[in-house]
Write a protein that binds this ligand. Structure first.
Ligand code: ADP
Ligand code: MN
Ligand code: MN
Ligand code: MN
Ligand code: MN
Length: 338
């Protein structure tokens, strides 16, 4: 037997977007614990906007476990928040609202800024750095600074050790702005892993005195905002598809414009302006390889006979991937498949 440090993670009750919370407990196991071996746990919901003071217990139900290579015998335990009965999902539990569909695949492109002393990493103490142009996928001290790459590479290593399905990372258009992409098969896998990757990034940044800024437009002026494009497909979209089904699907997305925007992250009007490769927040459009549309259909999709995956470009960097995946699958479910 060995003692394992189990870092339980959950989402709090803050709106419009939750924060990730964590606490650890130490338990003995004969080898790295399996999900079924992990006990439920509780926390004080009155401190997380999830309960009133007098009856404040909320339950943590483990839903996935990941090795934590930064600690000896470390495990990250992602949880759903449940009511005191242990079986009813808490109202804040958006994961529980996602339709279960093993054939649904999501790929999220998470953009974010690294911040220090209230401004992006690499910004001078007064004024601004040179204008955007060379930072995107850039290299060298003048583009990247002396700390950011250490952080993003270390983050990638920790995530890969944990079994998180990263597809890549890159420096983004603004100085101090970065992206990682996570893909998962199953309606909840990629969303779970985005939250765990966010946690690992925030925790890693503590030791460098850096914060992660997820806001979609943290610097005014001619500086890019941050998104979290949601690429999605279902088995039907990949195997059958077709133009008629695609057009019905897009009509349903148009019909549900407001419901989608409501969960695509706060302050999104600052980012979805119709400029800088976005569609404006009050319009729904789709287009072939069109980065100025709400939903982009890749060339591969049209060439295959309207089969494959689509990219919803509207979700922002601060959005909750659980709420986003839930809404996308709900709209898809409203369209009958022939
Ligand atoms: P972009 O040009 O938008 O940056 P990328 O190639 O970086 O495009 O991202 C596209 C993403 O689409 C991939 O990261 C992957 O996660 C996702 N993806 C690819 N195939 C599928 C699929 N069949 N279903 C859902 N998502 C997919
Ligand atoms: Mn990308
Ligand atoms: Mn990007
Ligand atoms: Mn994209
Ligand atoms: Mn509707």
């Amino acid at each position: 037997m060995a003692k394992y440090v189990l870092e339980y993670l959950w989402l709090d009750g803050y709106t419009p977007v939750p924060n990730i919370r964590c606490k650890s407990q130490v338990k003995e196991f004969s080898s790295f614990p399996k999900l079924e071996e992990l006990p439920m746990w509780g926390f004080d919901g009155s401190s997380t906007q999830q309960a009133e003071g007098r009856s404040s217990d909320c339950m943590l139900k483990p839903i996935a476990v990941y090795p934590d290579s930064t600690r000896r015998n470390g495990a990250i335990v992602m949880c759903e928040v449940m009511m005191p009965d242990g079986v009813t999902p808490h109202p804040s539990n958006a994961r529980a609202t996602i339709l279960d569909d093993p054939g649904a695949w999501f790929g999220f492109e998470q953009e974010y800024f690294l911040f220090q002393d209230g401004k992006p990493l690499g910004f001078p103490s007064e004024g601004f750095p040179g204008p955007q142009g060379e930072y995107y996928c850039g290299v060298g001290y003048k583009n990247i600074g002396d700390l950011a790459r250490t952080i993003v590479n270390e983050h990638l290593d920790i995530c890969l050790d944990a079994g998180i399905n990263h597809e890549g990372i890159n420096a983004e258009v603004a100085k101090g702005q970065w992206e990682f992409q996570i893909f998962g098969k199953g309606s909840k896998i990629a969303a779970d892993q985005i939250w765990v990757a966010r946690f690992l990034l925030q925790r890693l940044c503590e030791k460098y005195g850096v914060d992660v800024e997820y806001h979609c437009k943290p610097i005014r002026g001619d500086w890019n905002g941050s998104g979290m494009h949601a690429n999605f497909s279902t088995e039907y979209m990949r195997e059958k598809g077709g133009q008629e089904y695609f057009e019905s699907l897009m009509a349903q997305f148009a019909e549900n414009l407001e419901e989608h925007i409501a969960v695509y992250g706060p302050d999104n009007h600052l980012r979805l302006t119709g400029l800088h490769e976005t569609q404006s927040i009050d319009k729904f459009t789709y287009g072939l390889a069109d980065r100025g549309s709400s939903i982009r259909m890749p060339h591969s999709f049209k060439n295959a006979g309207y089969k494959g995956y689509l990219e919803d470009r509207r979700p922002n960097s601060q959005g909750d991937p659980y709420q986003i995946a839930s809404r996308i699958l709900e709209t898809i479910s409203e369209v009958p498949t022939p």
